[in-house]
Structure formats: C-alpha cells, structure tokens
Design a protein around this ligand. Structure first.
Ligand code: ZN
Length: 490
C-alpha cells in the first residue's frame, strides 16, 4: 500500500503543486525545510485521513480502466485525498476531473466557512474509486467519497457514477442505459427490491422517478443502482446498492446486444471451428459448456467436490493457494488425475495491486513450482486474490507469460455459506461460456455441488476446465489478458 501511495504522491507533486495545492506530505517535507513547523500537525491529520480511509473505503478497489490521478492536500486544517481515473478520452476526462476538483473545492470551502465560527475546526475528505471494463464498448467509474469536519452533524458520503461509451467517446447518463419502456420496468424492479429489504420504506418508494437511476453503474455482469446515503432513502440506511444482472434486465437495456446478451451459440456458429480438445476428454464443441472454478483451497472440502465431479464425469478448475498446497499434496495430485485443472491463486492470497513486480512474481512462481513438483503439470492461469488487479498487475502477468481468469457468475458462497443459495445462484446465472466462482473452503459449497453438478449436466452443459472452455471459444489465450467468460475478456 505504502509503495503505491508514495509513487502516486511523487507523480502528482509535480503536476498539482504548481497550480492548486500546497502539498506537504511525506515526500515533499524531506526537501522542504521551510515547512518544518507544520509537520507535526500535518502528520496528525495525515494519519487521521488514513484511519478514516481504512474504515470507510472499500477494502479492495477494482481499477480495470484508466490511470489513477490524485488531488492531495495534507497541509494545515484540511486533509484530502481525492482519487479519480484518467481514461485518455479528453471529453470524458474533462467531466470526471471537473467533478473531482469541484468536490475538493466545495468541501475545502465548507471547512473554511466553519472555521469562521469554530476557530480550530479541521476537516478531511477522501475519495476512492472503482473502475470497470464492460465488453468492447463500455467502461464505468464509481467515485466513492467520505468527508467530515467539526460542526458537521454526520459524515457525508458522496457517490458519483460515470458510465463511458467508448465507441462514442462520451459519458452516458444512468437513464440512457435503459429504453424508455425499460425505465418504467427497472423502477418497478428497484421498488420491489427496496420493499423486499424493508417494507416500511413504501412512502419513499412512492416518490420514485427516473432521477433515481442517475447512479446506475455498469458492471461486468449487470447494473448496480447506487442510492447515495440520505439521497432518496432515509440517511440511517447509509448508501444502498441494488444489483440487477443483464439477464434480469433483458429488454429493458438500451444496449442489450453490447452487454453480452446476444446468444453466444449463434456467435460461435459464425466463428472458426473449435480446435481439438487439449485433454483426452471428449468435448462436443456444438454443445453448451461452462467452467466451475473453486478458489482458496485445497481444504477439507476439496475431496468431496472431486468425488462428485468424478461420479458425474465432470471437470472443474481449482485456483489453489500455494501455502495450503504443501499439506494436501494428495488431493492436488487427484485433481490432475481426474482431468480437472489446477490453477494459481498465489502463495499467500495477498492483493497483487499492493505488491511490487518482484513480490508478485514470487507469489505466483512459488505456487506454480510446487504444483508442478507434485503433479508434473505447471498451472497456466492465475486468478488474482480478491479479483483485484490494475494495469501494473496485468503488465507483470504479461511479463511472466501468464493469462488471468476472473468470472462471470459470482455465487457469493463465502458470504451466504448456504448450499441452497449457492445452488440457486448458479442455476439462475449459468449460461453457455460462463466461468463460475465458488470456494472449496466451505462445506456448504461442497453440499451445493451435490445438486448443482447433476442439474447442470441434465440441462445439457458440459462441465469443463477453464483451459478447455477457452480453447473451445474463438479467443486466443494471451498472457496479461483477463478472461471473464468465453465472450468477455479485457
Ligand atoms: Zn481467493
């Protein structure tokens, strides 16, 4: 974490210091003795900022699009760190930067104002962001802010979504994501979901209008409607998020065909015939297939899943933690013997965006070395822990010759630890070409597989490994790329 931040501060010291910010952070103080007198206070505020950030910011940010820029101020009574992406599309960057600077200036002004009556008041503002790449045409950014100062009744948590149409090189509003008929439908779906969580919100929901969709965020699998804390619903609820998969939204989407809703079987028909399967297993390229994947093992539950796979003539991919492989060499061998695949989930499950290239290499290669030593087969794919990566991680993976794999169906099995919920999530969202995320850490996930595996097969799916799945799609498998399904890579 430190490494990234220092790097960023250095980078921005040059760009921003000159025209807008008194930057007195860790780096600049070293060669700026004139500011010695305020260092004590600065570092107190800086550490407050870090403490606030640690409790309010999402633990793992996703930054799949754009390069981070920052507005920072660690001086005097106001500390701020506003992160936002630069996408390289001038029209888009202008809007995002304007929003970020606007928030910075606005909060900074509010703190100045309160100091007229509360002489010693101090304030902090932190803004982090997640950015996503969605198919070929879209990207999105969610800016998540948090600010507070003495005299403010409670902290404010501003949220701002930017959906980007890469084809037209412009930002599209949340409302534009839906057809006019679709807007009605989506508002109704949103109302239902809100009332499902709390029926007493009926009077708020009655006030609903298309403005509620302004922070509708495009994500790889669907649209998340974010309602800012205190914006439309009571403030005590905090910021509320409601997710709808692209399948669920269907005809309501204005860009359905570009959001992965075209039938993938018809796409395959137009493509070149599939190459021969890599394994001895028989795969019919004309029939639907998907890949079950299990992360964070091996564990006590892995053997049960393996025996279910074997009984059903199915295969899966296990993204293993090197650290856990040592004590379960036998089960790792069995994965390979059954024709399933062992893939890499690093040695220590650290967030790769916080590691140096050398550290990442160590995490990945030590795991591959051990798996190869046990099974004779070197893993091909890496799944970054927490699914978290950025441009640097991609570059490192490219340098190591490793493709990365995420997922298109998230069972949230770690959260529910409920076999029925895992089963229902898979049966609802699985489709041809899906990569399904599960964790073989939980016995509930093993239990879910008792029904999931036979039911998927009964529905006509071939359960294949990630290697087999990608080899049968028209995609080439490239180091440094990230694969989400057969139809989506980045
Ligand atoms: Zn994991």
């Amino acid at each position: 974490m430190e490494g990234t931040e220092y790097g960023m501060m250095k980078k921005f010291a040059a760009a921003f210091c000159a025209f807008m910010i008194l930057l007195t952070g860790c780096r600049s103080r070293e060669n700026n003795p004139a500011q010695e007198s305020s260092i004590g206070q600065n570092s107190v505020i800086a550490s407050q900022l870090e403490a606030i950030e640690a409790t309010t910011m999402p633990e793992h940010s996703v930054q799949e699009f754009g390069e981070p820029e920052a507005i920072m101020e660690y001086g005097g009574y106001f500390a701020c760190k506003v992160l936002y992406p630069v996408t390289g599309i001038p029209e888009v960057d202008k809007v995002i930067a304007k929003w970020a600077k606007g928030l910075y200036e606005d909060v900074s002004e509010q703190v100045k104002e309160i100091r007229k009556t509360l002489k010693d008041a101090t304030g902090t503002l932190t803004v982090n962001y997640n950015s996503y790449r969605i198919g070929e045409r879209f990207a999105s950014v969610e800016e998540l802010g948090f600010y507070t100062y003495n005299g403010l009744a409670h902290p404010v948590e501003p949220v701002k979504v930017f959906n980007i149409d890469l084809k037209e090189k412009r930002i599209i509003s949340g409302k534009e994501l839906f057809t006019s008929q679709g807007t009605e439908t989506v508002l109704k779906m949103l109302a239902d979901k809100i009332l499902e969580t709390d029926a007493s919100l009926a009077s708020f929901v009655e006030e609903m209008n298309p403005q509620w969709l302004e922070n509708a965020l495009l994500k790889p699998d669907g649209i998340e409607i974010i309602l800012e804390r205190g914006g439309y619903l009571p403030g005590y609820l905090g910021t509320q998020r409601f997710f709808f998969s692209y399948e669920e939204l269907g005809d309501s989407l204005a860009f359905a065909s570009e959001l992965g809703l075209t039938s993938s079987s018809s796409e395959n028909e137009a493509a070149e015939p599939a190459r021969a399967p890599a394994s001895q297993a028989e795969i019919d390229p004309e029939k639907p297939m998907l890949a079950l994947t299990f992360d964070d093992g091996p564990s006590a539950s892995t053997a049960r899943i393996l025996s279910l796979l074997e009984q059903n003539g199915a295969r899966a991919t296990f993204f293993v933690i090197g650290n856990s492989v040592q004590n379960r060499a036998e089960v790792i061998r069995q994965i390979v013997e059954q024709g399933s695949e062992v893939a890499n989930h690093t040695w220590n499950h650290l967030e790769l965006t916080r590691l140096s290239e050398e550290e990442m290499k160590q995490e990945v290669q030590s795991t591959n070395d051990l798996v190869e030593k046990i099974t004779g087969v070197r893993p091909i794919f890496l799944r970054p822990p927490y699914g978290s990566f950025n441009a640097q991680v991609k570059q490192n993976a490219a340098n190591m010759g490793i493709p990365m794999v995420k997922w298109s169906v998230d069972t949230l099995d770690w959260e529910s630890q409920n076999a029925k919920k895992v089963h229902d999530a898979i049966m609802r969202d699985a489709k041809n070409g899906s990569i399904i995320l599960c964790h073989d850490l939980y016995s509930s996930t093993g239990e879910a597989m008792e029904t999931v595996i036979p039911e998927l097969i009964a529905q006509g799916y071939q359960l294949v490994t990630v290697s087999e799945l990608l080899e049968h799609s028209q995609e080439s498998i490239e180091a440094g790329m990230v694969y989400y399904s057969t139809t989506l890579k980045k």
